[in-house]
Design a protein around this ligand. Structure first.
Ligand code: 0GY
Length: 313
C-alpha cells in the first residue's frame, strides 16, 4: 500500500508524541482464511474535510478510506468494521463516507447522542452502521450520564444493533450493573484492557471471564496486543510471537468463548506513543491466539459475519 506523502492533520496541531502510522506494513506470513473481517479499524479525516471534534483528547494523523482499503487488500482481509473514534465525537461523517465507498464491504459502529432522531438512525443503518460505541476510558472522553446511554441502547435495540463498550479492567466492578443491564448484544473492546503484568489466572481477569460466562450476550475483541503489552513487539530468541505477555489472555478467551470473539487491526492505531505496530506482524500474532483452523475461521469469518452481515452468514 502506498501513502502519498506524510499524513496530515488537516491544519490541526497534532497531539505531542502521537506517532504516525507505519507506511508499507510487512506482508504477513499467516494467510488469513478466505472472507476474513478486520473488525476493529478507523478512518481519520482528512481533517480539512471532516473536522475533528472540539472536545477531542488527541488529534490523529489523517488516515483515509483509500488507505484503509489498500491495507485491507494488502493483508488479505475481505471486509472491515470501521469504529468511530473519540476524536471525531458524535460526528460520524468520515466513517459513513468510508462505508458508502466500500461497495458493501464495510460496516460501521457509530457514536450518537440522545438528541439523534429516528430518521438519522435509519440513515446510519442504511449506510451500514450496526452498532454504537460507549466509551468509559477516562483519558479519552468526558463523562456521559448512564441514563442517556441506556436510552440510546433501548432506541438502537429494535434496529438489531449492538453496543460496543470500551473500558479499563479496574473499572469493571463499578460498571458491572450498567453493562449487565444493556438490552443488546454487547461487544467489549480489547478484552476490557487487562493489566497483562498480572497473572491470567488472577482475580482481575477472572472477573472479566465471569462477565462473559454469566452474560451470553457479551462478546470480546481479542485485539490490541500493541496497546496492552509491556514486553512489546520483539520476539525473544526461541519465541515465535511478538507481544508474548498478551498471548495467554487472548488465547484464553478464544478457547473459552470461540463463538463470541472478534479480531481487528485497530489501524491506524490512534493515540499510541511508545511504538507503532507493523500491521503484518499483528496478523502474524493471530495463529498464536487462535491455534486451530476452526478457531481461526470462527474468530475471523463466521463470528464477524454473524454480527455484521447476518443476511450473508
Ligand atoms: C482504539 C483505542 C484507543 C482510542 C480510541 O476512540 C478512540 O479514540 O478508541 C485508545 O486510545 O486506547 O481502539 O482505537
Amino acid at each position: 500500500m502506498s501513502k502519498p506523502g506524510k499524513p496530515t492533520t488537516g491544519g490541526y496541531d497534532k497531539t505531542a508524541g502521537w506517532l504516525d502510522w507505519t507506511d508499507g506494513p510487512s506482508t504477513p506470513r499467516f494467510q488469513l482464511p478466505a472472507g476474513s473481517v478486520d473488525a476493529h479499524c478507523h478512518v481519520f479525516g482528512p481533517g480539512a474535510e471532516f473536522p475533528y471534534a472540539a472536545e477531542r483528547k488527541y488529534t490523529p494523523c489523517d488516515a483515509s478510506k483509500a488507505q484503509l482499503f489498500a491495507l485491507r487488500d494488502h493483508l488479505g482481509f475481505a471486509r472491515n468494521v470501521i469504529v468511530q473514534a473519540t476524536c471525531n465525537g458524535a460526528d460520524n461523517r468520515a466513517m459513513v463516507d468510508a462505508l458508502h465507498s466500500s461497495g458493501g464491504r464495510a460496516r460501521g459502529v457509530a457514536t450518537v447522542k440522545r438528541s439523534i432522531s429516528d430518521a438519522e438512525l435509519h440513515e446510519l443503518h442504511a449506510a451500514g452502521v450496526r452498532g454504537v460505541r460507549f466509551n468509559f476510558v477516562k483519558r479519552l472522553v468526558d463523562f456521559t450520564p448512564k441514563d442517556e446511554l441506556l436510552e440510546i441502547a433501548s432506541r438502537i435495540a429494535p434496529l438489531g444493533w449492538h453496543v460496543v463498550i470500551y473500558f479499563e479492567a479496574v473499572d469493571l466492578p463499578e460498571l458491572w450493573d450498567f453493562f449487565t443491564a444493556l438490552p443488546t448484544t454487547v461487544v467489549v473492546d480489547h478484552m476490557g484492557r487487562p493489566d497483562v503484568s498480572l497473572p491470567v489466572d488472577g482475580p482481575q481477569f477472572a472477573l472479566f471471564e465471569r462477565f462473559m460466562r454469566e452474560c451470553p450476550n457479551v462478546w470480546s475483541k481479542v485485539t490490541c496486543p500493541e496497546r496492552l503489552s509491556i514486553t512489546g513487539p520483539k520476539a525473544l530468541d526461541g519465541e515465535q510471537s511478538a507481544y508474548r505477555d498478551v498471548l495467554p489472555f487472548a488465547r484464553r478467551l478464544v478457547e473459552q468463548f470461540p463463538d463470541r470473539v472478534l479480531w481487528g487491526t485497530d489501524w491506524p492505531h490512534p493515540n499510541l506513543k511508545d511504538h507503532m505496530p507493523d500491521d503484518g506482524l499483528l496478523v502474524d500474532f493471530l495463529p498464536h491466539i487462535a491455534v486451530t483452523a476452526e478457531l481461526q475461521r470462527q474468530l475471523l469469518v463466521s463470528n464477524p459475519m454473524r454480527l455484521y452481515w447476518p443476511e450473508e452468514a
